[in-house]
Design a protein around this ligand. Structure first.
Ligand SMILES: Nc1ncnc2c1ncn2[C@@H]1O[C@H](COP(=O)(O)OP(=O)(O)OP(=O)(O)O)[C@@H](O)[C@H]1O
Ligand SMILES: [Mg+2]
Length: 141
């Protein structure tokens, strides 16, 4: 499915549509260039899951685990930034495999194209690309 977002609010709405369909166990790979809106998308997704904590880019920490309170089947959101990872081995070292595909966990990975070798085959990819205007984005999921 392909959607056009004209601004931050619309990107947030699209993230909410994705969030309401999550059950837990999903691995979502976010693909898009620097500044495409990957972190922005995760922030809106987290918000929709009821996470109150501020979701920041995990560029330096590589992985951050957020607790989801009060959701029927999801208790954790794991946010990964694979940009600085040299190889999938490093992603294993930070403990990601403890979370990937766990039934109560949703894992979202920025720059997923860099680590696609270790992602489960049923991972969902969401691609964010620039559009014509400065704030236009095409979101493909
Ligand atoms: N329609 C839009 N959707 C998402 N972000 C938008 C949109 N229009 C403008 N922006 C801006 O684009 C920027 C996206 O930054 P963000 O950190 O989310 O990108 P990113 O893909 O995570 O980058 P990085 O590769 O550095 O992690 C923000 O400054 C945001 O305000
Ligand atoms: Mg980012």
């Amino acid at each position: 499915m392909m959607r056009i977002s004209k601004n931050l609010t619309e990107t947030g709405q699209i993230a909410t549509e994705v969030a309401v369909n999550l059950k837990g166990g999903e691995v979502i790979g976010l693909v898009g260039e620097l500044g495409a809106g990957k972190t922005t998308f995760v922030q809106a997704l987290a918000d929709s899951l009821g996470i109150k904590e501020k979701v920041a880019s995990p560029t330096f920490v590589l992985m951050k685990v957020y607790s989801v309170i009060g959701h029927q089947s999801i208790s954790k959101l794991v946010h990964v930034d694979a940009y600085r990872l040299r190889d999938a081995e490093e992603l294993k070292n930070i403990g990601l495999l403890d979370y990937l595909g766990q039934p109560d966990t949703v894992t979202v990975i920025e720059w997923a194209n860099q680590v696609k070798d270790i992602l489960p085959p049923d991972s969902r990819m969401i691609t964010i690309s620039p559009g014509e205007g400065e704030n236009d984005r095409t979101i493909d999921f």
